[in-house]
Design a protein around this ligand. Structure first.
Ligand SMILES: Cc1cc2nc3c(=O)[nH]c(=O)nc-3n(C[C@H](O)[C@H](O)[C@H](O)COP(=O)(O)O)c2cc1C
Length: 192
């Protein structure tokens, strides 16, 4: 069985982030043949096209290289004001630019935790819209929406809600199948 290497990205820089904790939970629930490592967005500067024209800053280079090397991304996004956090959008903006934008054609699974009642559904829909322009290949289902996060994690920040854990397990399995299906397909995807 071919290995699937996944890069996990949290849209929250907060030490006690529920979304970063979702990535930790995912690392405990990986199907056979899948590995997961994460990239911390705190080193990514604010996007500036003048800076890009002079050459990508080191942390951005590393971020782009890590995306390019991954078979798929797993993004855990908070919801900020009904959308994705600026931190995440900013990082995507850097990764979306030429030459060879590493997001182009990249399979991605999306999940999110919020303290509210809707579990980041609005942010996830916005993120899917961003994926369209970047020509990413998001997994459609299952959707992982962890609402009322304060009730789903223990005091150590571990996801203890069994339903949510099961959903993440199912999503990772679906992601593995998605990546294998895309690998097997001879379809080529044109850049936008
Ligand atoms: C600027 C800001 C905007 C927020 N907007 C929303 C929102 O639109 N919907 C929602 O459910 N929660 C919202 N929240 C609450 C977040 O769901 C909550 O802070 C969550 O814990 C953030 O994710 P994290 O734990 O990974 O940092 C907002 C929080 C912040 C700081």
């Amino acid at each position: 069985m071919l290995e699937i290497h996944v890069l996990g990205i949290s849209g929250s820089l907060r030490r006690g982030s529920y979304n970063t904790a979702l990535l930790h939970a995912a690392s405990e629930l990986l199907p056979e043949g899948m590995t997961l490592e994460t990239f911390d967005l705190s080193s990514i500067p604010l996007y500036n096209d003048d800076v890009r024209a002079l050459g990508y800053p080191e942390p951005v280079k590393e971020f782009r290289d890590r995306i390019a090397a991954a078979d798929a991304l797993l993004i855990a996004t908070p919801e900020y004001n009904y959308s994705i956090p600026g931190v995440l959008k900013n990082a995507i903006d850097w990764a979306s630019r030429p030459p060879n934008p590493p997001l182009d054609g990249k399979p991605v699974a999306i999940m999110g935790a919020s303290t509210g009642n809707f579990g980041t559904v609005r942010a996830q829909m916005h993120l899917r819209q961003v994926c369209v322009y970047c020509n990413m290949l998001p997994l459609n289902e299952p959707e992982v929406l962890v609402m009322r996060a304060r009730d789903k994690f223990n005091a150590d920040g571990r996801l203890v809600d069994e339903t949510a854990r099961e959903l993440i397990r199912d999503m990772l399995l679906a992601l593995a199948n998605w990546v294998r299906r895309l690998r097997a397909s001879s379809t080529t995807f044109a850049s936008p």
